[in-house]
Structures are given as structure tokens and as C-alpha cells.
Design a protein around this ligand. Structure first.
Ligand code: BDR
Ligand code: CA
Length: 319
């Protein structure tokens, strides 16, 4: 039976591929896509979710817009990484996929409450919507099978020396999620930096021979250019699909139990995830933390998903 999931995202180049993987892989059943402000404003991330679903032919998954800003601090977007649109690179047609007239938190609550099976949440942006859901509707926590998120790191950050972007953007929300008592799996930079979109990977997308494969190669090409400029990294890491891959096949992403605490007060470390893999302190285990990635299995799965969507969509130009 496919695992029922909802993606909560801020597309975002890597969020775009996470949506495609979740929509096409038979191991998961994508029930909804909810959007949050992060990589860009809520208006732009929601438009981008609609763009991605339009070009990928994902027409049967509701999209709902959520929170426009973090819980306590002002929004600081990542235009330096994802461009002014949040999804710079390809030319997108006018989206034909709409949004439902329901706030993301209400949609999440309704689906989680009504679905016959416990639902897995896969947040790939700041955790604002999820924190609000858990605070406003604590009754739905037992109906959440697991929260498998992209965020944090066991080591370095990418927004400050200590903090990763999704956690740094809304540390209070992340703190609520890690302390909610719901099973959490954290896929952080320490593994996502092994999911590198090399030129060989880009060539595999182009070789699919579909418009969608070409769009993915263009997305990754833009992402590569900002990673080169900002960090001098030759190949960009495809962070967000790693969290989806963990749900699809736990063999792709190996995890270890640990306590994860979000630093809220550090002068230089606000938004850092303090991951106690070696049990230095007696804080209880509250998360499974990703520590290994099988990159070949990962890319095969992502490419298969884009193949399926691209062929379903047809080889002609995307309208
Ligand atoms: C995370 O930050 C965003 O820019 C990406 O979409 C990803 O979710 C990586 O730190
Ligand atoms: Ca993201």
C-alpha cells in the first residue's frame, strides 16, 4: 500500500523535484501540496507549486497556500539561491492548475482527520504551517504517522555557519515541531550534500527526450549556477527530494536515533540543530536523523519519476 503523504513546501528548485518524485512514485500517495513562505514570498512559492504541477501534468492534487511569514521574525527569502521568481531558469507557461480556497493549515487538519490511514507529512520548507497545525489542532498529532522533513544538519549550516535555511527561517516553528511528540525524521545538509546534480545527472534528464526532462535540466542548471557563485560548489545538492525518498524507500536514506534541539537564543547559532548522535547529554531521543544516502538509488528514483510524468504528459510542447 502506498504511504499517504502531504508535501508542505516553498518551491524552490529542489522542492519542484520533490513534488514530481512524490506525485509519480508508486510507493507514496500524494494527497495534497501546501505552500509556505521561505525561498520566496508565499505568493511566489504558491505560483511556483502551480507552475510545477502544470508542467508535470499533476492535476489531481489539491494545492493550498499557508503562512506568509515565520511565527515571530520577519521573512528573509533566498533570492540569491533560487532567483527573484523562486524558480528561475525555465520559461513557464501560464499555470492551468489552481489553488483550493482553504488555508493550508485547515486543509492539513481536514485531510489528516478524515483520511482512513495515518498521514505522513513531508515539509521541505520552513516549518511555520506545521507548527501552527500542531499548536492549533493538537488532536491531530496521533493521526500523523510521521514528519519526514528536509532541514537542519548534523554539522554545518548554509545560511549561517551554524544554521540551515529552513530551520533558520523559522526557528520557533522548528522548535515546536521537534518537541511535539510526533515521530520526526530529519534529513539535513549532511546527507543532502551527497545528492549532487552533476553534469552527468543533468544529461540523464535531457536524455529522457521529454519537455519535462528538459525543464528539470534547466532548473538544475540554474541551481548549479547559484551554488557555484555563492559557495564555489561545482554541483548543486538536491536537498528536498531526499526527504521524499526516505519515505519511498528507507534503504535510500539511513538514519540514527538522536535528540535534536533547535538553538533559539545563541548569539551566533540561532536556528542551529544541535544533534546529539553520541548521547553526550540525557535529553531523550526525539528524532531519527539521516546519516547516509545511497545516491545511485536516489537519482534512479527521481529520474524514473520524471520519466513517468514526462511520458504521461506527452512529448509535445507543454501548454
Ligand atoms: C533548503 O533551503 C531551501 O533553499 C531549499 O529549497 C531546501 O529546502 C536547503 O537548505
Ligand atoms: Ca525547500
Amino acid at each position: 500500500m502506498p504511504v499517504p503523504i502531504i508535501i508542505d513546501c516553498d518551491p524552490g528548485h529542489d522542492d519542484a523535484l520533490a513534488i514530481m518524485l512524490a506525485a509519480a512514485d508508486p510507493a507514496v500517495d500524494l494527497l495534497a501540496i501546501t505552500t509556505v513562505a521561505g525561498n520566496q514570498t508565499l505568493e511566489k512559492t504558491t505560483l511556483n507549486a502551480r507552475r510545477v504541477c502544470t508542467v508535470a501534468g499533476i492535476t489531481d492534487v489539491p494545492i493550498a497556500a499557508g503562512c506568509a511569514r515565520p511565527l515571530l521574525q520577519p521573512l528573509a527569502v533566498a533570492a540569491d539561491v533560487h532567483g527573484e521568481s523562486g524558480l528561475d531558469g525555465p520559461e513557464f507557461p501560464e499555470p492551468t492548475v489552481g489553488v483550493v480556497p482553504e488555508h493550508a493549515v485547515e486543509l492539513l487538519h481536514r485531510i489528516i482527520t478524515e483520511h482512513p490511514e495515518p498521514v505522513t507529512l513531508v515539509p521541505t520548507g520552513p516549518l511555520t504551517n506545521i507548527a501552527l497545525l500542531l499548536t492549533r489542532y493538537p488532536d491531530c498529532a496521533p493521526r500523523i504517522r510521521e514528519i519526514v522533513l528536509m532541514g537542519g544538519s548534523t554539522e554545518r549550516g548554509n545560511r549561517t555557519p551554524a544554521a540551515e535555511f529552513n530551520i533558520f527561517t523559522d526557528p520557533e516553528a522548528a522548535d515546536i515541531v521537534f518537541r511535539a511528540g510526533v515521530p520526526v525524521t530529519m534529513c539535513g545538509l549532511n546527507v543532502t550534500h551527497q545528492a549532487l546534480a552533476t553534469p552527468e545527472i543533468l544529461a540523464r534528464f535531457e536524455a529522457l527526450g521529454t519537455e519535462l526532462g528538459h525543464i528539470c535540466a534547466e532548473l538544475l542548471g540554474f541551481f548549479a549556477s547559484t551554488y557555484r557563485t555563492l559557495w564555489g560548489m561545482p554541483h548543486p545538492p538536491l536537498h528536498d527530494p531526499v526527504a521524499v525518498a526516505r519515505v519511498i524507500d528507507p534503504a535510500i536514506v539511513g538514519c540514527a536515533d538522536a535528540n535534536v534541539t533547535v538553538e533559539l537564543h545563541g548569539t551566533y547559532t540561532r536556528g542551529a540543530t544541535v544533534v546529539d548522535l553520541h548521547r553526550y547529554v540525557d535529553r531523550p531521543v526525539n528524532a531519527q536523523v539521516a546519516v547516509t544516502l545511497d545516491a545511485d538509488l536516489f537519482w534512479n528514483r527521481v529520474l524514473t519519476a520524471v520519466t513517468v510524468l514526462g511520458e504521461r504528459r506527452g512529448r509535445g510542447p507543454v501548454e
